[in-house]
Every structure is written in C-alpha cells, then in structure tokens.
Design a protein around this ligand. Structure first.
Ligand code: DQA
Length: 166
C-alpha cells in the first residue's frame, strides 16, 4: 500500500512546473561538450528539483525529454494546463516547429524558452525561434543555470500571484 505523503512532502496535488527538453538533449554531458558543457540532463533536473522542493511552499518538477515532436506536443497538452508554468528547451525544434509553438499558444500557460548555448552567437539558422513569440521570454547562453533562472522567475511569479490574492 502506498504511504500517504506527510506535511511538506510532494504529493500528486503539489503544484508543478513542466520542464520540457527536445531532441538530443538526452545526450548532454557527452554531446559537443565545448558548446553544451559536461553537465548531464539528469544533473540539471536534479538541480531544478532541489530548487523547486526548497521553494515555500514547495513545487514539483515534471520533466519530459523527447526526440519526437508529437510526444512534446502531447506533453504540453496533457501536463501544460494544470502546471504553474512551462520551461522548454525545444532544441532543434526551436527553429522550425510550428506544432510546438501552436501547442504552447493553445494551452496559454506562462512559458520560458531556455537554451544552453547563446543561439544568437551561433550559426544564422539558430538565430530565429518560432517559439519565442509565444513565450514570456528567452534565456540563452548560461548553460544549465538558464533553467534555474527560468524556475526562479516562475517561483517569483507564483508568489506575486498569491500575494495579490491576499
Ligand atoms: C539548443 C540550441 C539549438 O540550436 C540546438 O539545436 C540544440 C540545443 C541549446 O540548448 O543551446 O539542440 O537548444
């Protein structure tokens, strides 16, 4: 039998941030380390979970990495609406996936676009994001720390929303 969560422990009803990572980001750590660094995706998710768990009140992280566009669209549709925000690194899909952009626009949840590398300082084809117009903002060039900056913003945004209700 499953043990009921005790006070302060994350449960099914704990609010969550949806973190999405697109194609090839499962290879972080070994993939072009001079561009993307040595940190693995598991390292980044662990850092996000630590920050989310330490927030008052705590948040959960729901993480989905997929190399498939449709799987990311499904995750946005299924997990997006109930989330307090979405942090997405669409990877190569950034530059051409109208399907991802439309899914994000459809759920209308606060979305932050993150890139490990500074896409604006790289090849021309990486400069354009079809996702950026439906995001609150974009963070690029800070490696794994970019995800934490995004989460920090979403926590502050959540806290502001709570304060304005009291
Ligand atoms: C990336 C940048 C994209 O151009 C690239 O296709 C990626 C990773 C980044 O995090 O820097 O796969 O999104």
């Amino acid at each position: 039998m499953e043990r009921a969560p005790t006070a302060g422990e994350p449960s099914e009803s704990t609010p969550y941030v949806l973190v999405l990572n697109g194609p090839n980001l499962n290879l972080l750590g070994t993939r072009e380390p001079t561009i993307y660094g040595r940190e693995t995706l598991a390292d980044i998710v662990a850092r996000l979970e630590a920050m989310a768990g330490g927030a008052k009140p705590p948040l959960q992280i729901r993480h989905v990495q997929s190399n498939h566009e449709g799987a990311l669209v499904d995750a946005i549709q299924e997990l997006g609406p109930a989330s307090i925000g979405i942090i997405i690194n669409p990877a190569a899909f950034t530059h051409y996936s109208i399907a991802l952009r439309d899914a994000l626009a459809a759920v209308g949840v606060a979305t932050i676009e993150v890139h490990l590398s500074n896409i604006h300082a790289r090849e021309e084809f990486r400069h354009h994001s079809v996702v950026a117009p439906v995001a609150i903002g974009q963070i690029a060039g800070f490696g794994g720390a970019g995800y934490l900056l995004a989460l920090r913003y979403l926590i502050e945004r959540r806290d502001r929303a709570v304060e304005s209700r009291v």
